[in-house]
Write a protein that binds this ligand. Sequence first.
Ligand code: 0WE
Length: 263
Amino acid sequence: MLDLTGKNALVTGIANNRSIAWGIAQQLHKAGANIGITYLPDEKGRAEKKVADLVESLQPSLFVPCNVQDDAQVDETFAIVKEKWGTLDILIHCLAFANKEDLTGNFVNTSREGFTTALGVSAYSLIRLCAAAKPLMTEGGSIVTLTYIGGARVIPNYNVMGIAKAALEMNVRYLAADLGPHNIRVNAISAGPIRTLASSAVGGILDMIHHVEQVAPLRRTVTQIEVGNAATFLCSDLASGITGQILYVDAGYEVMGMSETKG
Ligand code: 0WE
């Protein structure tokens, strides 16, 4: 029933073997999808080698640099998709960035430049990728992005990323309405906290994981593979009636009130 054979899936946001995007790519591949990978290029080409080595087992038929802050790189990425694949079925958006100084301390001190950076990379980029993907999704499509509960409620230190995720979640709804007539579905997965390159760079992530292990209904955190399974479902025909939704994959944490107690 869940079979992505013959589907072309472009996955953004793999940095290393802890990336949630890596969990998603593995599960899409397992379901039979043809995989394309974009990576964030760096000056020394280290990222390219690292990601290329990691994804080798998925035999990606596309491997392209794409910094979403550069419109030319986005255009080039989808020109390559069009040339090599012709059509696109699945787009996975796992991109976020805020300046480190904006992920700690007093939110009120967020700078205009820091706000613009966070919203541009983390929220606007979804609109841009959807616009580029739309003409290639001629047989319909499924687009999945990653969000976090900090976009819906206040999480200490998440700060400007919370505003970026709130914008991203609203993007999902407007994009779902806009692209729905083309049979393109747009959904987000709100993942619970996971130790990744991005989360480990912020102080206190282990305390947050410990908190989730105490209070989440399942008394544990989630894995990249569990997020990958949910993404694979959303990209499959099993989810053909689902668009514009935020699906919490968080061991149930989101339903809890009084979460300082164990219920
Ligand atoms: O969305 C995220 C992480 C996003 C992120 C992380 C970094 C760290 C390094 C965006 N930009 C940067 N910039 C850097 O320079 N998460 C959901 C993980 C995360 O980040 C947090 C969290 C959690 C959870 C930040 C503060 C508090 C909790």
